[in-house]
Design a binder for this molecule. Structure first.
Ligand code: NAP
Length: 489
């Protein structure tokens, strides 16, 4: 079982007792007392040791050396003396660096020994050899914390947990976050999580409430299937929120995590084998076509895919954005698209998907883009498309206006349509943060029928869930979670 460990650096023993109780209430299995940091902040080692009897969780004592970015700069003999005191005071584990143990071996008499190795700049060289050296030095638990420079590095971390003895392996930094969220699937001996409001002791440590309730770390087993979303940036994504809720609602043993990915092909080649399904977002929607076995026809025409799923042994690419755009447009029109005049704003990735989906459904499509050359390129490639100059938009007449620009995103006073809207028209805005963009507010005020961007986000997500599981996604539950999150942010 993977232990959830909360690092604490309190120098005041009473505060340490209080934070430990909070960690226990939040679901932690152990706390790590960072004695090096507590001493640096003016704490007394003996006062901290005497508080151990009052701590409500098992204790890992770490006096991290400055050579591995800790605060201990003193003599090694004095450090070993403190470790020995921690051992007699009731620590369950003590954590010391392999590099120091190799020079001057030492063992606790009661506590278990964690030997650790940290690399704060990269992945180091021969990590399996480091684990072997820890085992040869009779570590009770081998801990490796390296720094992922891209998500492809995650696989090297995963492989360190080899089933031959307890290993805690994690990748620090934003690219390494999934190694912490998937610790239960990988059977890592422990994973660190921070209390709400704490910065944590390393970059990438998740908040304990998210780790337990969203990523369901305590239900994870080696049989749990892994899904996720790749993008850059990715921390803002609502996809983990909705897909984990959907897996949970259907009691499916699966977890969905965000992967911050720079090189998408390298990531899929190294990690694809242990990932059952993938959502793909900006800027990778055109990056993985060559690596999937087949792709749906609309996705091929759009030249982009936002989903990978498995069909037996085959890996298939799909574009659920396009179907979502068609359905949202039909909902805005309260009817079918055939013969309707649709004006698409934006010729980026989403604009391209919209043009293809609306053309496929039989609409007469016009497109306008701030940068005309980009719209011209799209028109050349797809054909059957009328171009409208951005400066001439005010004169355009349409049944449906579709915003596929990013105008209005996190900018509640900005709109891509600062013109009068015809009362009988329909407006679909793909932007979903804020929930009600200025375009939607203006369109409602003008008496237009509207569909906001959250509908598209949920529609494409539900379609992905169906491709992965063959189950209907709980759209209402997913919507409520998104509304709650977006109203808070
Ligand atoms: P993209 O490829 O980067 O394209 C961005 C588009 O926005 C381009 O057409 C760009 O025009 C235009 N734009 C940016 N700033 C502008 C401004 N100040 N004035 C006028 N036009 C401006 O991004 P994308 O993948 O197409 O995504 C675009 C938006 O669609 C996203 O921001 C997101 O809000 C929305 N979207 C929503 C969903 C959903 O599920 N609801 C899914 C996908 C996308 P230029 O070519 O002139 O730069």
């Amino acid at each position: 079982m993977t232990l959830v460990v909360v690092p604490l650096a309190e120098s005041d023993p009473n505060k340490l007792i209080e934070r430990c109780s909070q960690a226990r209430a939040a679901g932690a299995d152990a706390v790590e007392v960072r004695l090096d940091l507590a001493l640096k902040a003016g704490g007394s080692a003996e006062a901290i040791f005497s508080s151990f009897a009052w701590l409500s969780l098992p204790i890992i004592v770490t006096i991290r050396h400055a050579s591995e970015q800790g605060a201990w700069k003193g003599d090694e003999g004095a450090r070993l003396h403190l470790y020995a005191r921690a051992d007699t005071a009731g620590a369950a584990w003590v954590d010391r660096e392999l590099a120091h143990h190799t020079v001057r071996p030492w063992r606790p008499t009661r506590a278990k020994l964690i030997l650790s190795h940290h690399d704060f700049t990269g992945m180091g060289k021969d990590l399996p050899a480091v684990v072997s050296a820890m085992r040869a030095a009779r570590a009770d638990l081998c801990k490796i914390a390296v720094t992922a420079t891209d998500a492809a590095d995650l696989d090297r971390v995963r492989q360190l947990i080899d089933g031959k003895g307890p290993v805690a392996a994690m990748a620090m930094g934003e690219h390494g976050v999934p190694s912490r969220l998937l610790a239960g699937v990988w059977n890592s001996a422990l994973t660190f999580a921070r209390l709400p409001g704490d910065a944590g002791s390393a970059v990438g440590q998740p908040a304990i409430d998210e780790l337990i309730s969203l990523y369901r770390i305590k239900q994870q087993t080696t049989a749990t299937k892994v899904y996720g979303v790749i993008g850059s940036p990715i921390a803002h994504s609502l996809s983990p929120l909705v897909h984990n809720a959907a897996f949970s609602a259907h009691k499916i043993n699966a977890v969905y995590v965000p992967f911050l990915v720079t090189n998408a092909p390298a990531f899929w080649k190294t990690c694809g084998d242990w990932i059952q399904g993938l959502s793909i977002t900006i800027p990778h929607k055109q990056a993985l076509q060559a690596l999937v076995g087949s792709q749906d026809d609309l996705g091929k025409r759009i030249g982009a895919m936002n989903t990978i799923y498995r069909n037996g042994t085959a890996t298939v690419g799909a574009n659920t954005d396009a179907d979502a755009i068609r359905r949202c447009s039909e909902r805005a029109l309260c009817g079918e698209l055939r013969g309707k005049k649709a004006l698409v704003l934006g010729a980026g990735g989403a604009g391209r998907a919209a043009v293809c989906a609306l053309q496929d459904a039989g609409a007469e499509v016009a497109v306008a883009n701030r940068t005309l050359t980009r719209a011209e390129e799209l028109a050349r490639e797809l054909g059957g498309l009328r171009l409208v100059a951005w400066e001439a938009l005010a004169k355009e007449r349409f049944d449906l206006l579709v915003n596929m620009t990013s105008v209005g995103l996190k900018a509640p006073t900005e709109t891509p349509w600062p013109h009068k809207l015809p009362e009988s028209s329909a407006v679909f805005d793909s932007v979903y943060n804020p929930l009600e963009t200025k375009l939607i507010v203006d369109a409602k005020a003008a008496g237009c029928r509207v569909v906001p961007g959250l509908d598209m986000f949920l529609d494409q997500a539900c379609a992905q869930f169906k491709l992965w599981t063959n189950h209907e996604a709980p759209a209402d539950v997913m919507r409520a979670l998104c509304v709650q999150r977006l109203t808070k942010s």
